[in-house]
Unconditional design. Structure first.
Length: 178
């Protein structure tokens, strides 16, 4: 029998100073049995950084043909495709043909190597790529609870995250911007 995803609920008071976007997000996140807490929290951070009315989590790892997060237009086209991790260039190339915008958020200890190996291929694609720092993502994962109340303030290329378990700052580097 297959293992079922673990459900997490998060209420996020989001203040994105960069975009002048302020909202309270009520997110339900299904964490696949093979997904780490760190990866799940990167998905939440990517969601916060790109928060819009029609942005949604997909089936993610459970559905390899879909991104982790996307925004679809009313006519079913993909406005924004967001992948988390270190995806294959072919996957991102395909995504760049399907979506108006593609963003990748890498975060692992191997992200530097992944980027060096794939940078030239990504330069040929209309894709934005960002890298979180692994140590900061581990600090972010330490704030996880099954039901979380988070405050996320985004300014510049960093987010300040606070919860009743503590607080941390998560910074990212732009590897490529379109």
């Amino acid at each position: 029998m297959a293992l079922k995803p673990t459900i997490y609920k998060s209420r996020i008071a989001l203040s994105d100073v960069n975009r002048n976007y302020y909202d309270t997000l009520n997110l339900t996140i299904a964490r696949h049995p093979s997904e780490t807490l760190e990866r799940m929290m990167v998905r939440i951070m990517a969601y916060c950084i790109n928060a819009e009315e029609n942005l949604v989590f997909t089936k993610g790892i459970s559905s390899p043909e879909e991104p982790d997060i996307w925004e679809q237009t009313l006519d079913g086209n993909i406005a924004l495709w967001i992948d988390v991790g270190e995806p294959a260039v072919d996957r991102i190339k395909k995504a760049s043909h399907l979506a108006q915008q593609v963003r990748v958020y890498c975060f692992n200890t191997k992200a530097d190597v992944w980027w060096r190996q794939n940078e030239s291929a990504f330069k040929a694609l209309k894709v934005s790529a960002f890298q979180f720092q692994w140590e900061e993502i581990k600090s972010l994962a330490a704030l996880v609870e099954r039901t979380m109340d988070l405050s996320v303030t985004i300014t510049g290329d960093s987010a300040y995250v606070a919860s009743k378990l503590g607080e941390c700052e998560v910074n990212w580097t732009t590897l490529q911007s379109t």
